[in-house]
Design a protein around this ligand. Structure first.
Ligand code: BGC
Length: 643
């Protein structure tokens, strides 16, 4: 019904033809994050959109608009006009597959989120978001809602957008100017989708590579994290309307192995565990957030983890510190259902604990309505003060005022800096990917360059897989390898094999994939790595190339173990995987991390000498898992065999 109403009102001018199919698909792609199996998430299609967002159109008078009574009012004045129920609605955010447009129309909730993919293209996204906005403004309160998403490496949920390298690559590249450009491009592309709130950057300072979110961290060195994250945020904020969110406050990357959260029936080895750290480590981690606050970051998400035994979502000491000592005036958002794991006996207790600790908005995938009702009850019972609620709602409204939603709720007037899927974004992503590859070992005479007349044997499970290059958080939460249902996961750039074949044609070397030909080749390129994963699905005690998250590397490694030709090994992985057993058999070793859709081109640029190695290790490289945390390592942060 809702869909029909909006379609007839704004057909053609506002909505793309695939509006209805996108909305229908939403219902069909319901994936409960907590119960999703790794790598079994919704399948992406091969669609590769190069469409541009709808051209700005004139406001259609019949569309519901922001409440006219709010005109000229400040955030606190708007807040003062709201009922307690309306205020509580602003303080919750539900997942799109639970929070329907009818729910939105009924209660005018503050926000809706995804962790990926209900739509394919930028214009489908924009229509999808506008449908919710229509519903929010159809409610008597008529406060615009805001859509939040995880654009961790570019607009990684919209086909046709370049998939940028993951943060660990960006730390290896350590190029603040390009981080700024990546921020501008990400913000610009977000404007085409209507998703204004980006749960990024992740500023974890990852310490233990066994953590499944290691690749979401720029570096184990907080100064690298600070400089890259601030430039990225500055870049994103050049795009009027875009709201970055630094996460996860704080010490998410410092949790101890073996303390991972088990509370919701999931087995986690380290993710969401306890960070047992001292005052100087705490000060170091807080300095990252201070730099971002000084740059005006408008929102911060709390960490699922605990700090010295106290869950961050109820850690009033440090949330208070964030507010009153560090001076953060923006919105504090809880992480996905995370308040459920606070120390209260019931969800209502945990709502009270977390709101009183200083959380402004609750990310509650399915329990958003219950939480709203608990906030109302708690205020009426005196266990949450109305002042605390007013403070939270005023901040949320201020964020929405600042990003222009009160003036332009349907986003007719957004001005992205670049075209969607511009050549420029591919260039920036390619340069970042190239700069992010770290040589761990080079032959004595220097790197092996592929030149005219050579025969080059290319093999390994990472050689021809676009999904592996992109890793987790690519279209869907866990990402995927190619071949899911016979399809290719990411069509925005070539695989390593494809890129090498193109360069071979251009330069005049031959690519060989038939193993019977190895002995006739001049050099072998062995592409190994890890499967895509996200969050605790990536936790592992064994992070070797034969561990539980490894690709099927072993046969390919074995086949080249006593080869007479030089072997260049490329490692496509979300962390410094353990390679001590094999390194002696390899002549050249390049850590590629998760370089994204331009990763194949980047490899080819480096191996053909079009580009030189400039990446440096963003985290220490260990001989074995036993060295982690002992101070012993194989290669230090900042290492490159090319130096
Ligand atoms: C993750 C966050 C993410 C959120 C929404 C959580 O589980 O910890 O990083 O922003 O989900 O997808």
């Amino acid at each position: 019904m809702q869909k029909k109403v909006i379609s007839s009102l704004i057909a053609g001018a506002l909505l793309a033809t695939n509006f209805v199919s996108c909305s229908t698909e939403v219902k069909e792609t319901i994936v409960d994050k907590a119960t999703t199996e790794a790598n079994s998430t919704t399948k992406a299609t091969e669609a590769s959109a190069t469409t541009k967002a709808s051209e700005p159109v004139e406001t259609i008078p019949d569309l519901p608009l922001v409440n006219p009574n709010f005109e000229g009012l400040s955030a606190s004045e708007i807040c003062a006009t709201l009922t307690l129920e309306e205020k509580a609605s602003q303080m919750v955010q539900g997942a799109y597959y639970n929070l329907s447009t009818n729910d939105m129309k009924e209660n005018c909730y503050g926000s809706v989120l995804s962790y990926g993919y209900p739509c394919n293209t930028n214009s489908e996204w924009l229509d999808f978001v506008r449908e919710y906005q229509y519903a929010a403004l159809s409610n008597g309160t008529a406060i615009p809602f805001i859509y939040g998403n995880d654009f961790l490496h570019g607009v990684n949920v919209g086909f046709g957008a370049t998939i940028f390298p993951h943060n660990i690559n960006l730390g290896a590249a350590n190029n603040p100017e390009l981080m700024y450009e990546m921020g501008v491009i990400t913000g610009s592309n977000m404007l085409y989708t209507g998703n204004l709130w980006n749960f990024s950057p992740c500023v974890a300072v990852a310490q233990d590579p066994r953590w499944g979110r290691t690749y979401e961290s720029y570096s184990s060195d907080s100064s690298i994290v600070t400089s890259l994250a601030t430039e990225y945020v500055k870049g994103m904020m050049t795009q009027d309307g875009i709201v970055p969110c630094a996460k996860h406050f704080f010490a998410d990357g410092s949790t101890s192995f073996g303390t991972g959260e088990q509370l919701d029936g999931e087995v986690r080895l380290i993710d969401r565990g306890d960070a047992i750290i001292d005052d100087s480590e705490i000060a170091d981690l807080l300095s990252v957030y201070q730099a971002l606050i000084d740059e005006g970051v408008p929102s911060i998400m709390l960490s699922h983890s605990a700090l010295n035994g106290v869950k961050m979502h109820e850690n009033s000491e440090y949330i208070d510190y964030l507010r009153h000592v560090m001076g953060f005036e923006g919105v504090i958002l809880s992480d996905w259902d995370s308040i459920h794991n606070c120390s209260g006996a019931t969800l209502k207790d945990n709502v009270i604990l977390s709101i009183n600790a200083g959380v402004d908005m609750l990310m509650e995938a399915s329990d958003f309505e219950e939480c709203r009702n608990y906030i109302v009850e708690a205020v009426n019972e005196g266990s949450i003060s109305i002042d605390r609620v007013d403070e939270a709602v005023t901040r949320i409204l201020q964020m929405k005022l600042d990003c222009g939603l009160f003036e332009d709720p349907y986003l007719y007037n957004v001005e992205p800096s670049y075209d969607w899927n511009s050549d420029y974004e591919h260039e920036v992503a390619r340069e970042l990917a190239t700069e992010s590859m770290v040589p761990l070992k080079l032959p004595d005479g220097g790197e092996i360059i592929l030149t005219e007349g050579m025969k080059v044997f290319v093999s390994g499970p990472a050689s021809d897989d676009s999904g592996v290059l992109c890793g987790g958080w690519t279209y869907v939460w866990q990402g995927s390898q190619d071949g899911y249902g016979g399809s290719r996961w990411c069509s925005e750039g070539p695989t390593i094999l494809e890129a090498l074949k193109s360069s071979g044609k251009e330069i005049g070397f031959e690519i060989v994939t038939d193993a019977k030909e190895i002995d006739n080749c001049d050099v072998a390129i062995l592409c190994v790595g890890e499967i895509p994963y996200a969050e605790w699905y990536g936790d592992a005690a064994d992070i070797s190339l034969t561990g539980p998250l490894a690709l099927n590397n072993e046969p390919y490694i074995n086949r080249l173990s006593d080869s007479d030709i030089p072997v260049i090994t490329l490692i496509v992985a979300g962390r410094n995987v353990i390679i001590d057993d094999y390194i002696d058999n390899w002549d050249e070793v390049i850590m590629c991390y998760l370089p994204g859709s331009e990763g194949g081109n980047a490899v080819s640029d480096l191996l053909t000498g079009k580009a030189s190695f400039s990446g440096h290790l963003p985290m220490p490289y260990y001989y074995s898992e036993n060295d982690i945390g002992t101070g012993a390592y194989w290669l230090p942060v900042g290492y490159s065999a090319a130096d």
